[in-house]
Structures are given as structure tokens and as C-alpha cells.
Design a protein around this ligand. Sequence first.
Ligand SMILES: CNc1nc2cc3c(=O)[nH]c(N)nc3c(CCO)c2[nH]1
Length: 373
Amino acid sequence: MTETFQFKLLATDGKARRGEVSMPRGTIRTPAFMPVGTVGTVKAMYLDQVRELGADIILGNTYHLMLRPGAERVARLGGLHNFIRWDRPILTDSGGFQVMSLSSLRKLNEQGVTFKSHVDGALYHMSPERSIEIQGLLDSDIQMQLDECVALPAEPNEIERAMEMSLRWAERCKAAFGDQPGKAMFGIVQGGDIPKLRERSALALRDLDLKGYAVGGLAVGEPQEVMLDMLDVTCPALPAEKPRYLMGVGTPDDILKSVAHGIDMFDCVMPTRSGRHGLAFTRYGRINLRNARHAEDTRPLDEQSTCPATRDYSRAYLHHLIRSNESLGGMLLSWNNLAYYQELMAGIRKAIEEGRYADFMAETQENWKRGDL
Ligand SMILES: CNc1nc2cc3c(=O)[nH]c(N)nc3c(CCO)c2[nH]1
């Protein structure tokens, strides 16, 4: 806990880094997984549970919260932390990515993005300055620049255009953010799957001397090896003393490998969204509880787990709940999956501290192959 934003590197093992981000609202142990709380809730979870599982920080979303309940309203209600009853750090995404994936996009130009709300069809304009203003109204601790994320595959000149504009928007966001010692504004590296554009984006953002850097434009449909190749180019071009956040990633395997490529922070809807659809992540791999073969399996997901959802409920009951589309099914599997993700992050942090990350990675991947037993 510090009055300013500080990142400390505590240990490294190859390119894997063990660190911690200290902020007024709390310390974030890295490598960190950030549960996604899109509209002010980590779906199907109580935030006390999310904290108990080991989350030091959660995500909020500018796009969703500006549409409903509204950024000015959240500010009138005392800010996002008071509203949702989470007193630790919150990172908010800037909205650009969500506009592309959720709204009927009207137009995007140098000024910003104009779009129709997917909630009520109302028209909105969001500039880099407005995105930072909204994140300020939410009292967000780590604010993301507004950027343009291009879905892959894409034409090189389209990727270059979006990357260059995102750099100009980074400068505008830095100016709009100003100097807020206890908070941070992160830049977002773009450049698609083109190494020289990735390097140019990272080096230009580095010159802006921001408090942290995200790697964007990935986990948008490209193969895992392309994502990892882009990390090989991007991470060395970023300052070693600043945190690196890989946006939207990912599966447990994505996370293991991205840590080995130098990433410190992750966010993904995978554990919660797939949990609601019946997918359970365990030490021995994934289990799809919709599958009829679980209908009379009295075993829990993992009797050695400390998480009640994982240890105390039969697969037969979980199967029944999911098949019946009962809320408790999504609640228990979200609980199990977030518990597994945080247990994985704790194992990653410990392995880096002990200089045995390569072995930890191999053991973990080996266990996944054992399947559901
Ligand atoms: C699921 N994959 C994914 N790729 C992303 C890529 C980006 C990106 O390039 N920019 C911004 N602002 N957000 C992104 C997000 C949302 C964060 O979860 C992404 N999410």
C-alpha cells in the first residue's frame, strides 16, 4: 500500500517475472489474474468470494458503465468502489474494444468513436479525453488509453493505420489524465501480427514514460503461436521496470506461456463465462459438465481442493444444475473456475520465486493431460 503507483520486480526466472504493484488501495501480486467485473459485478460471484480466492484487483468497463448506470451517476453515488463494495484496486478498460465488439459501430475517426448503445440504441461519441474523463468519474485506479483494436487477420495498412492512431490517442489520454500520483494510465501496444509495427508501437509508448503498458490487439482469433511471437517482439521493447498487461488472455495454457514470455497481468472472461456454460477448469484439465457421462458421477471436481464448489458438490449435481439452467450451476462453476485460476497464479508466483518456473509449467501441463480421471 503506497501513496503513489509503484512496481517492484521481486524475482525473475528466465523471462518470467515475479513482482508487485503497490497503490493506495492495495498491492497487486504479479503475475496477477484480474477477474472481469464488466458492469460492476464479477458475474455470479460475491466480491467477498472473489477476494477470498486471492484476487488483488478486478476489471470494470467504461463502455458498459457509461451506458448503464452512467458515469456521472456512478460519480454521484460515490464512485465505482463504493457502488460495488470493492475497496481494492480496479482497472477499467477504455471502451474502444467493447464498442467494436458490442455496439453497432457508426464511425471511428481521429476525434474518437461514435456508436449506438447496444442497450437502448442511443447515440454516443467517445473521444480519448471522454474515455479518461469517464474512468476518472468511476474513480478507477488503473485507467487504459482509448485505442483501436483491429481483429485479425487484417490488411497490413489497416493494422498500421490503427496502430498509429492509437499512438496519437495515447498522447491525448496522457494529457487528459494529467498527474494523479495514486493512479496510473496504461498505454496499449497495437500492431496486429506485424513484428515491426509492434516494435514501433512499443518504443513510441515507452517514450511517453507511462506507468504501465498493455499488449492489446491479441486474443482476437489469432493462433497461440502468433500471440506468443508478438510477445517475443513486444516485451523486450517495453521498459523492464514497468508492469506488462496482456489484454483478454486467456486459457490457463495461454497464461503459463505468456508468463514465460514476460507478462505480469492478465484479464479474461474465460473462467466466469465458460463456468456459466458448464465448463469446469481443474488441475487435471477441463470438464464439460453438460456431458451426460457425468449424470451419475458422485465424485466432486477435486476432493483435495480448498474451494467448497470444487470439493463438496458431486459432478452429478453440477451436471443436473447446468442441464436445468439453474443459477446455482453457473455460481458454483464460476466459483470453481476462479478458484482454479487464482490457485494457478499463486503456483506461478511461487515457482518464479523459487527459480523453478520451467518445471512448474511442465508439471502443470502434464497434469492437464491426465484429463478428467
Ligand atoms: C478476449 N480478447 C481480448 N483481446 C483484447 C484486446 C484489447 C485491446 O487491444 N484494447 C483494449 N482496450 N481492450 C482489449 C480487450 C478487452 C480487455 O479484456 C481484449 N480482449
